[in-house]
Ligand binder design. Structure first.
Ligand SMILES: Cc1cc2nc3c(=O)[nH]c(=O)nc-3n(C[C@H](O)[C@H](O)[C@H](O)COP(=O)(O)OP(=O)(O)OC[C@H]3O[C@@H](n4cnc5c(N)ncnc54)[C@H](O)[C@@H]3O)c2cc1C
Length: 694
């Protein structure tokens, strides 16, 4: 035991002890979470280079103005490309290096929105001309969809692209104030080009709805706006989030572009102005699905950072009751702390794996799409809609829970979690506002339901139709026969540790929710859309987790103990998901418990679940530091005084506070300007009232 005065040594000792207590093989789990030794090594190598380069220094950013943050952001990106050239980085190296920058930057819009949409939808001719330049950042792009007047309702966008057969050009025009493009990342000051969503008007005035067009915005020589276009930055954002990104506005006044600049891989306009239909109505959704699948991965990694910081802090922070060693307890030992933090860690692990699987599905779908095969589109659309909502909503909540778990210091900018929160919150709005996306998830679920049970929802499906159920609607099989029953749980806690039981409960709940909305579609209740979207997505995720646990056992390369620990972490995800679903499970009478608790002891039929969660958290608590270390973040990446690897949080917080510019002068300028006159006035007034002299 160390003296109470030597808090730094105690902090480090607590962290070392926690690290020693973990039973998992951290390096193995790390390689598992990074999808292999090579990817982990790549990241480690890049972090080593970047963390030592002054361009990527983070120590001053809390005090920068927006303009300084914007300039710093671009300086970093420029440096990445410069380093890439000097050190011969591969494309994947550059992608990973860019992903290590933890400020939302204008160039991420180039890589996540502009480039994939262009590559998926441009004609071969346009690809030949621009794909190389886009890949090397010879031009910078943005994606201009949202307008001042409309975002979610894409069909109502007002920007027009009128085809002029005489010159084989499109005339891009913003006819009203509300047609101004708004919110567009990288448009304000950075992008040279943009993919513009505009309604296509044929020579006869026929409105074909929104289509995509490549428009050059700025001169590639002077960076000045091209004639007919005005653009700028829309201003600061809530909580100072997205500060380094120039979300912008633009208006077009009859800007002419050659006909070839319509993104016409699928829908086309002939030279004489006839419209050629795309082979599939929703074929243009590809780019959007790419972005949404990436958002699941991003949500996972940001959640991971918040989990690492808050768990490390809770490991060294001591407060409250004294233990046998005469020291106050480590706050992680309080159940109210570890039952809050370990589920966040579980969600991080699950979302990272889900995101990876989703991105792989996207690649398969994109390959098929490039040859005109849209057969995988509907399924990926259904899963990405629901998962985007589920993961972004959960991550935003987790940021706040992690911050609160750290008490007052959690509110300091030096904790880092506030910054993640500020940058993450708009993710529930962009790429499909979550409440609007819920409706798409419901639409997909109802389509699957009616595909199985007919328009009236009462037909008996054939076994071949049931066999064709896709993963996103697999849960519907439970309704296929009236003799199917939800699981009967034993009264003991062990049934709540049974993965298959938990998955079946989530699937039954999803199936009954979809049945419910199908029956009551004409008269929906207040929250049915959100509950169906959440319920169906959680059933999908539940089944995937069952597969993940199976995969851990068969082909993860992990040892038996690591498999057991990770399985318990995934189980915790399922248990807490089922707990948050209890209102639905109880509403539908799905909790069928063989030996419910006896009156006198507990009358709560769900007590067993909550006891199982408590026990699982308790058993995972000693592994928490190992599991957070396995996420592989360096101190440079976390940039958090409370999440430092060695646990020396008070020293780190002290050192950070000394960098506050207000501390540069002992007497601030505000003293002469305001404090002194106020004090003098106060004293004069006190004297006048003949109070005692100070
Ligand atoms: C940080 C940030 C970056 C962005 N970057 C880009 C970009 O690069 N390019 C781009 O084009 N756009 C971008 N956007 C815009 C973003 O995509 C839109 O804000 C988003 O699609 C939501 O549209 P909206 O703002 O019009 O909200 P609205 O659609 O007006 O939504 C307002 C409210 O109405 C509800 N609502 C709307 N429609 C319905 C409905 N049919 N049924 C029920 N409720 C409904 C919503 O749930 C919401 O609560 C960005 C936005 C942000 C915040």
């Amino acid at each position: 035991m160390l003296s109470n005065h030597d808090a730094s040594a105690q902090n480090r000792l607590d962290m070392t002890n926690a690290r020693n207590a973990t039973s998992i093989d951290v390096l193995n789990v790390k390689q598992f979470i990074y999808n292999g030794h090579e990817e982990w090594q790549r990241k480690e190598r890049l972090v080593e280079i970047m963390s030592k380069d002054p361009v990527f220094d983070k120590s001053k950013r809390e005090w920068m103005t927006r303009t300084e943050k914007y300039s710093r952001g671009l300086r970093m990106v420029n440096r990445i490309h410069e380093l890439g050239q000097i050190l011969g980085w591969s494309k994947q190296d550059t992608t990973v290096a860019t992903s290590l920058l933890d400020d939302p930057l204008p160039v991420s819009l180039h890589a996540t929105a502009f480039e994939p949409v262009f590559l998926l939808q441009a004609s071969q001719e346009l690809l030949d001309k621009y794909a190389g330049l886009i890949a090397t950042r010879g031009i910078f792009g943005c994606y201009l969809q949202t307008e001042l007047g409309h975002g979610s309702n894409v069909a109502a966008l007002e920007t027009t692209a009128t085809y002029i057969p005489e010159t084989k050009e499109f005339d891009i025009h913003s006819p009203t104030l509300t047609s101004s493009k708004w919110w567009i990342g990288a448009l304000g000051k950075t992008a040279t080009h943009g993919v513009v969503q505009a309604k296509l008007l044929l020579p006869g005035g026929e409105d074909m709805g929104p289509h995509l067009f490549l428009v050059q915005l700025r001169s590639t020589e002077t960076h000045k706006m091209l004639p007919g276009i005005i653009a700028g930055d829309i201003g600061p954002k809530s909580f100072n989030g997205f500060a380094a990104t120039d979300n912008g506005f633009a208006r077009f006044t009859h800007v002419r572009i050659p006909k070839e600049q319509m993104l016409s891989r699928f829908a086309q306009v002939t030279d004489d102005g006839k419209y050629v239909q795309p082979p599939h109505a929703k074929i243009s959704y590809g780019g959007m699905l790419y972005i949404r699948s990436g958002m699941v991965t991003t949500a996972g990694w940001v959640t991971a950072k918040a989990a690492v910081i808050s768990i490390r802090y809770a490991t060294v922070r001591r407060q409250g009751t004294k233990g046998a060693d005469e020291l106050e307890k480590q706050i992680i030992s309080y159940p109210s702390l570890h039952t809050r933090l370990l589920p966040i860690l579980a969600r991080a692990y699950v979302f990272i794996s889900l995101g990876r699987a989703l991105s792989q599905s996207f690649q398969t779908m994109a390959q098929r799409l490039s040859s005109g095969d849209a057969s995988l589109l509907a399924e990926l659309h259904a899963t990405t809609s629901g998962l985007k909502v589920l993961c972004t909503t959960a991550s935003v909540q987790d940021m706040e829970n992690a911050r609160r778990s750290m008490g007052g210091h959690g509110y300091s900018a030096f904790s880092g979690v506030g910054r993640f929160y500020a940058d993450l919150i708009p993710s529930v709005t962009y790429e499909g506002e979550n409440f609007v996306l819920d409706q798409q998830a419901v639409r997909a679920a109802l389509k699957a339901f009616h595909g199985l049970f007919g328009a009236e929802g009462r037909s008996r499906p054939s076994s071949s139709t049931i066999a064709k159920l896709t993963p996103s609607s697999y849960y519907l099989r439970h309704l296929s026969s009236p003799t199917n029953e939800p699981p009967i749980l034993k009264g003991s806690d062990s049934s709540w540790n049974n993965v298959e039981n938990l998955i079946l409960l989530l699937e039954w709940r999803a199936a009954l929710l979809v049945h419910e909305i199908a029956q009551t579609a004409q008269d929906p209740d207040a929250t049915i859309y959100q509950r169906v979207s959440k319920g169906t997505t959680e059933a999908f995720v539940g089944r995937r987790i069952g597969e993940m646990i199976g995969g851990l056992r068969t082909n993860s390369g992990l040892n038996a103990n690591d498999v057991a620990v990770l399985s318990r972490l995934y189980l915790l995800y399922l248990q807490t998901t089922v707990e948050s679903a209890l209102a639905d499970l109880l509403s539908f009478g799905l909790l069928r418990i063989e030996n419910p608790p006896r009156v006198g002891a507990s009358r709560d039929p769900t007590r067993g679940l909550r006891m199982a969660i408590a026990q699982n958290c308790l058993s995972l608590a000693p592994e928490a530091i190992g599991l957070t270390d396995a996420l592989g973040f360096s101190d440079w990446e976390l940039d958090s005084a409370l999440g430092v690897y060695d646990g020396n949080v008070y020293q780190a917080l002290w050192d950070k506070a000394q960098t506050e510019p207000l501390n540069d002068k002992e007497v601030p300028d505000a003293y002469g300007e305001s404090i002194k006159p106020m004090l003098s006035r106060g004293r004069m007034m006190a004297e006048r009232q003949s109070g005692p002299k100070l």
